[in-house]
Design a protein around this ligand. Sequence first.
Ligand code: FAD
Length: 497
Amino acid sequence: MQTRTTPTEGPAILWFRLDLRLADNPALHEASQAGGGVIPVYVHAPEEEGNWAPGAASRWWLHHSLARLEATLRERGSRLIFRRGPAAQALTELVRETRAKAVFWSRRYEPTALRRDAEVRATLAKQGVAVRESCGSLLFEPWQWRSAVGRPFRVFRPFWINFQRLADRIDSPLPAPRRIPAPDGWPDSLRLEELSLLPNEERMGHWLQLWQPGEAGAHRALNQFLESGLRRYGADRDRPDKPGTSKLSPHLHFGEISPRQLWNEVRSTSPGALRPGSGAAAFLRELAWREFAHHVLYYFPEAVEEPLKPEFRTFPWSEDDVRLQQWQQGQTGYPIVDAGMRELWQTGWLANRVRMVVASFLVKHLRIRWQKGAAWFWQTLVDADLANNTLNWQWVAGCGVDAAPYFRIFHPVKQGEKFDPNGEYVRRWIPELAGLPADWIHRPWEAPSVVLAAAGVELGTNYPRPVVEHAEARAAALRAFQAVRGSRPTSPEAWQP
Ligand SMILES: Cc1cc2nc3c(=O)[nH]c(=O)nc-3n(C[C@H](O)[C@H](O)[C@H](O)COP(=O)(O)OP(=O)(O)OC[C@H]3O[C@@H](n4cnc5c(N)ncnc54)[C@H](O)[C@@H]3O)c2cc1C
């Protein structure tokens, strides 16, 4: 450690986690006011995330986000110290080296993070170091919500009604500090590259043209959305052929922008923003879904591995790994599903409508357990988020809180025709089908052979035939569902389509 003077009062350590921003960061704000300077640190400890260490796409994002954060901190007279975990040990060492008196952080709510943070708190307390935690990733703490009967919410509608009642309590965001008080000396740091976050994957080579990780990128995405997306959000959010949504999800997940900033920006640019029917209202409702997902994860942490409806524990899932691979690779023969899975692989992101369609196809048409889909999304999404991913997979599978009933099965052709009516989305991601007219693009197996020949499509050769037939797969899924609902003994063989 290079020390200029002997500190009389210790500095404050600011532990960055999923709050990689300077503006509206309560932990940074409080640490800056503590006196004695601020030492920002990022501790790399993937082994402390249990089964949910960041996947490849998330690591790509995290690397670039940390690089941006480090550069921004330097512009404000500060630095970002990189250390390796375990977190309790890394922070204890840093406290000893810097004689820090307090550690500040924004709370996380995933089950493993909660356990780890309790351990870090206890370790630091033993050394007489104060811990100050803030709510920096959510609008409200997950435990602030209670239904009328005093239990956690399991249904979104009453949660949303409650939410709107409290919405006026949402404070204005904090400004970004112009200068961050430096400590008397800086401790040693690893270089970001030494954390080896960046996957060596060719498909990510062009991702910096698609995405701008970091706080400035988050604000750019927000401004673009406010200018051209918000007004039409209600109508376009389900249209994967249009840029209908904000694409703020990775920025929100990594905390490059806070939900409080979004909430306030949208409300100030759209008077009457909570009026039902407006694009702004629909968007703010999605932010409330995000809060609901964290509320559910906090009270039902087992949801990350287990269905919340116990009857689904005996569901006769298929173990067909060939089908799983066909789904992952976008080779199911259903164009809307394949376009989605290829977009996911090539860009790290998917619109919500397509997430629902591909997830439904996996759990209902292929009857592959939702956990395998959630694990694939975890590896491939740049916005992989334990609360949102878990809630939504359980929602689609019909086994979570407020879930879509299992018997409601998306028809992949009708979904395609409704939400990608001209087939532009499919053409963008499946070049093999680009020559097909809109009438056939979502069901090429029904197209006349002259149409296929004119488009250069050879089913079974350059594009697969459907791996399952819709009506049969649907009937088999319903039989399986009836069986678990009636709690009769089941065997997977009985449900082969
Ligand atoms: C099977 C499945 C898995 C999903 N996994 C994730 C995930 O890992 N991470 C993730 O952030 N979202 C997940 N979602 C939710 C949703 O699809 C994405 O948040 C959304 O598509 C992100 O795009 P956007 O930022 O343009 O969203 P917008 O429509 O612009 O919405 C703004 C923000 O609201 C929140 N939001 C929107 N929809 C939802 C929702 N259904 N549930 C909770 N929050 C929502 C997100 O933070 C999003 O960034 C999943 C959905 C499904 C069906």
